[in-house]
Design a protein around this ligand. Structure first.
Ligand code: ISJ
Length: 164
């Protein structure tokens, strides 16, 4: 991975904050693609240590600058953990803004992939392709939340980043 991409992919602070800083003021927006109760994929359940045939909270978003998706993300949490956390009302507010306010927040190790997002609808039907993906588990107040983020080729063009 090139050094400029490493700066993005290996960062452990809020990606929302980084994207806001990289775009023009006010240009950042979370577009919710899907938020639902559904079955996690097997690898997601494994990463969270939950049963993969148990329903979970799933949220898929595009993180956009000027309406162009730069990152697509899918987050997964067990329903049991979610109770009383108020995540259902998040809407188009960023999960990152919510998470990074928690004083007890712990982020597990990052796993990185060059594979495309395994969730089809996140390709958005656009010509953007995913260059790097990563995931980690956030822990806060008994909640374990798997956040998977895929960095799109649109960022390469907009920020003059290397091809990988
Ligand atoms: C985890 C963060 O939150 C971002 C916001 C998300 C959302 O609103 O669903 C999903 C993934 C993120 O990249 C972050 O800002 O670091």
């Amino acid at each position: 991975m090139s050094a400029p991409w490493w700066q993005w992919v290996a960062s452990t602070d809020s990606l929302t904050a980084r994207l806001m800083a990289a775009g023009k003021p006010g240009a950042f927006r979370v577009r919710v693609l899907r938020q639902t109760i559904g079955l996690p994929q097997r690898d997601e359940a494994l990463a969270l240590g939950i049963a993969h045939r148990r329903y979970a909270w799933l949220r898929e978003v595009a993180l956009c600058i000027d309406e162009t998706p730069w990152v697509v993300a899918r987050s997964v949490a067990s329903l049991h953990h979610l109770q009383g956390k108020g995540l259902g009302n998040l809407g188009e507010r960023s999960l990152g803004s919510w998470l990074f306010q928690k004083p007890d927040l712990v982020r597990g190790p990052l796993e990185v992939t060059s594979a495309a997002p395994p969730f089809n609808r996140l390709t958005l039907g656009s010509s953007a392709s995913s260059l790097w993906g990563r995931r980690s588990v956030f822990e806060h107040g008994g909640l374990s939340l798997l956040v998977q983020e895929y960095f799109l080729s649109t960022m390469t063009d907009a920020l003059s980043l290397p091809s990988r």
